[in-house]
Design a protein around this ligand. Structure first.
Ligand code: ADP
Ligand code: ASP
Ligand code: MG
Length: 402
């Protein structure tokens, strides 16, 4: 007996049959004598469909109105799931983010949870209700609805688990856990029994969509152990926690991220302070820069190349054009690229990981355009068309088909 948080993603509640399946899981947990808080996402592709609807009307809608629209997806799910739970004979109450006490920063579309005022949730649990909370949303200081960024329901679930000191936080999805690569795309991807917060954070940040990276950040901060598991197949999933049993596994996973744009600025004067000024300009605009490369150009000039997310590409180019007194033709932006990464804490103590990755790419005749490394990851930029082939080749090198 304890307090259990269970989160179900969009595909787990995509239609009536799936909603009933989730109600089955939730009511079983409740009937075992647990207090249950359920966090749900919008059904299937609802969020994408709502975004398309908005763009049919206005290509650049205000972020406030987008959040007003997008939060409606989760409102449908919580009501339907509560009805399904009632049908199975258990008491349930649905709550929107604001009713559940989710206070966020004011940034529409990318809000962060500041606090959870959990009185209402606690009161509903005291009334023996299963509490069904809308993920991905909260309210800001202007009493406006906000959303937490795509995939944000994972963060809602971890935040509730942290705030209420839940005994378990289960993230149910459409695959059986965290794999060494996307199991839908890569043959022979293997399910991991356990993974550390740090490795999971890298995987999530570098493109493994299975958990949202902010949710992992929060889980690490508040030491919330997460179990990722399937809502469709009752088998053990993957545990995400601080320390895991050392397995003989050099690399935990291979990821692909296509949300990358590469911006190159050539023929900049080779004088001190340019890089500082350039990147502080981008920081002022709150643009996150990832891989950076500086090289010597012709005639006492230098070239700086860096990557940003696709969303930020145009504003980065605009900021540079306003700031640098150079010809526009010197600034180029390429969005046809992908970042392929290998992640694993084991590589710190094992030389040769990078060369193994590069060899796999070379053997598949894939050209590396940029490289970046940290203690637990190696990332390369390649042409987007080669991305899936590259992930498979690199995965095969580290996890040979037996
Ligand atoms: P949900 O709707 O449940 O939040 P998501 O679509 O956000 O689910 O995340 C689950 C998907 O993540 C899987 O269907 C899978 O294709 C993808 N995925 C990418 N990389 C991985 C990985 N390393 N392990 C497991 N799933 C992954
Ligand atoms: N419905 C939101 C999205 O599609 C939040 C989530 O699924 O976690 O991004
Ligand atoms: Mg998700």
């Amino acid at each position: 007996m304890g307090l259990i948080v269970q989160k179900f993603g969009g595909s787990s509640v995509a239609n009536a049959e799936r909603v009933m399946n989730v109600a089955q899981i939730v009511t079983e947990t409740y009937r075992q004598g647990n207090d249950v808080i359920v966090v749900v996402s919008a059904q299937g592709d609802t969020t994408d469909d709502l975004i398309d609807k908005a763009h049919e009307i206005n290509e650049k809608p205000s972020l406030r109105e987008m959040d007003m629209l997008l939060t409606s997806g989760e409102q449908i799910s919580v009501a339907l799931l509560s009805m399904a739970i009632e049908k199975l004979g258990c008491p349930a109450v649905s709550l929107l983010g604001w009713q559940a006490g989710f206070n966020t920063t004011s940034a529409y579309g990318t809000a962060r949870i500041k606090s959870i005022k959990s009185d209402r949730i606690k009161a509903e649990l005291d009334r023996h209700n299963i509490v069904v909370v809308a993920g991905f949303q909260g309210i800001n200081k202007y009493d406006d609805l906000t959303t937490l960024g795509r995939g944000g329901s994972d963060t809602s679930a971890v935040a509730i688990a942290a705030a209420l000191h839940a005994d378990r936080c289960q993230i149910f999805t459409d695959v059986e856990g965290v794999f060494t690569a996307d199991p839908r795309k890569v043959e022979n991807a293997q399910k991991l029994q356990e993974i550390t917060y740090d490795e999971m954070l890298e995987l999530a940040t570098l493109g493994a969509q299975v958990l949202n990276n902010r949710s992992v950040e929060m889980a690490k901060k508040y030491n919330v152990e997460i179990e990722v598991l399937s809502s469709l197949k009752r088998v053990p999933g993957t545990i995400v926690k601080e320390v895991v049993k050392m397995e003989k596994m050099l690399v935990r996973g291979v990821t692909k991220d296509t949300d990358v744009a590469r911006i190159s600025v050539t023929n900049i004067p080779n004088i001190p302070g340019i890089a500082f000024k350039l990147f502080s300009k981008l920081a002022q605009k709150k643009i996150n820069v990832d891989i950076i490369l500086q090289s010597v150009g012709r005639d006492g000039t230098k070239d700086i190349t860096f990557t940003v997310s696709k969303d930020n590409a145009q504003s980065a180019v605009d900021a540079l054009q306003d700031f640098l007194d150079i010809d526009k033709s010197n600034i180029t932006c390429d969005t046809n690229i992908a970042k392929i990464s290998v992640v694993g804490a084991g590589m710190e103590s094992h030389p040769g990981t990078a060369s193994k990755m590069f060899e796999a790419l070379f053997e598949s005749n894939i050209n590396i355009e940029m490289i970046s490394t940290s203690e637990i990851k190696i990332s390369v930029l390649i042409n987007a068309e080669e991305a899936d082939r590259a992930v498979s080749a690199v995965h095969r090198a580290f996890f040979p088909v037996s």
